[in-house]
Ligand binder design. Structure first.
Ligand SMILES: NC(=O)c1ccc[n+]([C@@H]2O[C@H](COP(=O)([O-])OP(=O)(O)OC[C@H]3O[C@@H](n4cnc5c(N)ncnc54)[C@H](OP(=O)(O)O)[C@@H]3O)[C@@H](O)[C@H]2O)c1
Length: 254
């Protein structure tokens, strides 16, 4: 596929993200605390996380090894960061979340697989088909956008994992209810784990400086900003004394 065709598909994909973003403020994605039997067949929650995130890990790993090794290119850094994130999300995160009777609708797992295949496919295809070798050469890793981007990525990953850890630790084994999380960024926002993920992929897009990476950042915001709003509304309604003054996902802003 030539670059103009790849760009055209990516722009269409971004347009779909905008539609999904608006829709998600009205239709809550039914997993985690919002899970529902109304969406048809359901599957085990831990298994669902593994199955739906695995395509992203597998596709980027495939493209990393398929990519013709050129020692003037540092493009592998982008692959490695992506793979580290998805090793956590695909394997470590589902193992660590507490077992509850909660299930996930198969429809959600299938739509997440589709989302992951397209996002990893576009990014992996672009990065493994470098027609401009100098795009990721030594001057790239010395550039301001690379340095700022990788710092943001690392900060976002730290915030995401630390916040997920705090949430996972709220329940003792066998517990299923919801408590008020405190400490760290929970003082300011209701969903610091989602905030961290948004920062992470914004850093990735800044480092990579290409359209597929930008598209993935847009999709991450499109999914996670309404999800954070849904979490906040649910918490206020269902967790006694939940601190309403916390912002939803961006400290001091929203
Ligand atoms: N890139 C993307 O588009 C995307 C999309 C979705 C999620 N994600 C990432 O996937 C991870 C999970 O997302 P999520 O929205 O499912 O996170 P979440 O609702 O905050 O849940 C995270 C874990 O903590 C538990 N938990 C949350 N709040 C709790 C509370 N008040 N008391 C006790 N336990 C609590 C949840 O249990 P329950 O499952 O029982 O509620 C779940 O096991 C995040 O790191 C997020 O960034 C990424």
């Amino acid at each position: 596929m030539d670059r103009p065709s790849l760009y055209f598909i990516t722009l269409l994909w971004i347009a779909i993200a905008v539609i999904v973003h608006i829709t998600m403020f009205f239709v809550t994605a039914p997993f985690g605390r919002h899970t529902s039997e109304k969406w048809g067949i359901t599957i085990n929650n831990k298994l669902a996380w593994f199955v739906m995130e695995m395509p992203s890990l597998a596709i980027m790993s495939y493209y990393l090894f398929a990519y013709k090794n050129n020692f003037d290119s540092f493009v592998w850094i982008l692959f490695v960061l992506w793979i580290i994130h998805y090793l956590n999300r695909t394997i470590i995160y589902p193992v660590r979340i507490k077992s509850t009777p909660k299930k996930m609708p198969l429809a959600i797992a299938l739509s997440a697989i589709f989302f992951n295949v397209i996002n990893a496919g576009l990014n992996g295809y672009y990065l493994s088909n470098q027609t401009v070798p100098e795009e990721y050469d030594l001057s790239w890793i010395c550039s301001t956008h690379f340095i700022a981007g990788i710092l943001l990525f690392a900060m976002g990953m730290f915030i995401n994992i630390k916040s997920d850890n705090i949430l996972i630790a709220l329940r003792k084994h066998g517990e299923t209810g919801y408590k008020i999380p405190n400490g760290f960024l929970f003082k300011y926002i209701s969903s610091p784990n989602l905030f961290g993920e948004i920062i992470e992929w914004s850093g990735f897009a800044l480092m990579a400086g290409n359209l597929p990476a930008f598209s993935f950042m847009v999709w991450t915001c499109a999914n996670l900003i309404p999800r954070a709003k849904n979490h906040y509304d649910w918490n206020v309604k269902n967790i006694p004394n939940y601190p309403k003054e916390r912002k939803i996902v961006f400290p001091f802003i929203y």
